[in-house]
Design a protein around this ligand. Structure first.
Ligand code: FAD
Length: 508
């Protein structure tokens, strides 16, 4: 039997970072990935003359060399920042709800963002200033919490982060109401909600504020050669540090210790057994507990069943034979909503029929050379809040794909006055079935578990120690303590990798 200090299952964002942290901590590490390439969702693919980004709209909290965000600092420590050719996203977003007469283009930078909001919503400045002060306190409190593994000292929390503690158990809308934010400003500020996939009556304020703050304060970035460039850089680093990486290799089972029920090994492709006492799983706990282990403690089964899946993904990718100027596409990042009432919008997103939401990107607005001269590339993403795609029969599958793709094109053309259909040179569509097959996530979930009131970012960070029930098994990625998104998946890989190094050292 081959023997490793630790095995990482899955080379998605969380798994790649966990593997580097393990190696930096001196652990002999094996990373296994069932695909023939790394990244999970963080990848790209080609159709004709176009290389499409598979997922990343914008990476938050990276910043620039002189205004570094937490992700850049993490990447510096991992030794990968300089392996990647970065570019900045030009503006935060344009949010449109024609029905509610909202059309706002919001810039990055706290001052510019507040100034723009004041222009759209006169009188909003005081509440916006309060919002960003509180959001920064949230970020600092979270950094402190992570640094002590969730075991925070209540005196420090109350003394240094009192407003964070005060806001900690309220939803986005409850806190914005307490800040006396005018309704229209709240609507515009809440536009990012679909990035977390939970509506603002339910979504924890500290989770949302943490994300918005990181986007607006630091701006957003993107590697020129798509997110795949990051994934390749991370794999290169793993190899430089002496780690073993096996592609085309699926972890099909976990071996457990007869005495303590903890990890004893990993089964690869149903055949080879690897001896290890430590696993970082970059896949769904549903998969690990449901398919890979014979005996699972009841408490894990209960916790896993109680958690709720976040949105199931659908994306349409278009390669267009005209450039963005010619098509009248002036922004990089669009959110198109039917209503700015996020709870009502979330409800409509339960079914294929009623969901008309789209988060749409024209990459050429950030990187004009990303496609051949005289062309541009767009990708349109939406989420489904139930498993409605599971109700589509095999016979109706292509019809359903076409129905949603057509709706997306119609919606963008109507809202923006741009003519896309007759310029389509390449089209590709990914449904929840595609995502389920590609990364192995149940129901085609692309955001891990939903950030809920009782199971959001803060409870999870604070319960990290209690959430760790099986010796030697930790999680990284969208289902782990930082929940979904690129930055969050990198951070959970960082935390779980370092925690595992601690576990190994304690064992001696
Ligand atoms: C269309 C789309 C748009 C998005 N836009 C953004 C955005 O703009 N900003 C943002 O921050 N986030 C965005 N996200 C979310 C982001 O991509 C994810 O949160 C993040 O990539 C998840 O990373 P992860 O670590 O959970 O790994 P995943 O990407 O889920 O990868 C898991 C990996 O594990 C492998 N694996 C699973 N089971 C096994 C096994 N048994 N054995 C071996 N390997 C296995 C899979 O093959 C996969 O490679 C988007 C996602 C999608 C799909």
């Amino acid at each position: 039997m081959r023997k490793y200090d630790a095995v990482v299952i899955g080379a998605g964002n969380g798994g790649l970072v966990a593997a580097i942290r393990l190696l930096q901590g001196g652990a002999k590490t094996l990373l296994v990935e069932k695909h023939n390439l790394p990244g999970g969702f963080a990848t790209s693919f080609r159709r004709g003359r176009f290389e499409f980004e598979a997922s990343l709209h914008e990476l938050n909290d990276f910043g620039t060399a002189d205004n570094a965000g937490d992700v850049r600092e993490l990447f510096d420590q991992l030794g990968v920042t300089d392996k990647i050719d970065w570019m900045q996203i030009p503006e935060a977003y344009r949010v449109i709800s024609r029905a509610e007469k909202i059309d706002a283009t919001m810039p990055f930078g706290v001052k510019d963002f507040i100034d723009a909001m004041e222009k759209y919503v006169p009188g909003s400045r005081p509440s916006m200033l309060k919002f960003f002060d509180l959001a920064e306190e949230v970020r600092l409190a979270q950094a402190y919490s992570s640094s002590v593994n969730g075991k925070t000292d209540s005196k420090i929390m109350v003394g240094k982060y009192g407003n964070f503690v005060r806001a900690g158990s309220y939803s986005v809308n409850e806190v914005l109401k307490a800040l006396k934010m005018p309704k229209k400003a709240k609507d515009i500020l809440n536009a990012y909600w679909c990035y977390l996939g939970a509506h603002c009556d339910d979504l924890s304020f500290v989770h949302y504020a943490s994300m918005v703050n990181r986007y607006i304060r630091r701006g957003a970035s993107m590697p020129k050669m798509r997110s795949h460039e990051i994934s390749l850089a991370l794999v290169e680093r793993i190899r430089e540090l002496g780690g073993d990486v096996l592609f085309n290799t699926e972890a099909t089972g976990l071996l457990t210790d007869k005495n303590d029920g903890g990890i004893a090994g990993v089964i690869l492709d149903g055949k080879e057994q690897i001896e290890t006492r430590h696993v970082v799983a970059n896949c769904a706990p549903h998969l690990v507990f449901g398919k890979m282990m014979d005996k699972v403690p009841e408490v894990e089964i209960r916790a896993t069943n109680a958690r709720k899946f976040a949105g199931r993904g659908f994306t349409m990718f278009l390669g267009l034979d005209a450039d963005a100027d010619e098509l009248g596409i002036s922004n990089h990042n669009y959110f198109l909503y039917d209503t700015m009432d996020t709870a009502a919008q979330y409800d409509a997103m339960r079914t294929i029929k009623n969901n008309n939401v789209q988060a749409t990107v024209c990459l050429n607005r950030a990187y004009p050379e990303c496609s051949p001269k005289g062309t541009c590339m767009m990708y349109f993403t939406t989420l489904y809040m139930t498993d409605d795609w599971g109700n589509v029969s095999a016979e109706d599958y292509f019809k359903a794909k076409e129905y949603v793709a057509n709706k997306m094109i119609d919606r963008f053309e109507q809202d923006m006055g741009a003519e896309l259909r007759r310029h389509i040179e390449e089209i590709s569509v990914a449904t929840p079935m595609t995502y389920a097959r590609y990364c192995g996530h149940p129901e085609g979930v692309i955001y891990g578990y939903e950030s809920q009131y009782w199971d959001g970012l803060m409870p999870r960070l604070q319960m990290m120690a209690e959430d760790h029930k099986i010796r030697g098994l930790r999680f990284a990625g969208g289902y782990a303590m930082r929940l979904s998104g690129y930055s969050s998946a990198y951070f959970s890989g960082d935390i779980s990798g370092r925690q595992t190094v601690g576990d190994i050292k304690r064992e001696g």
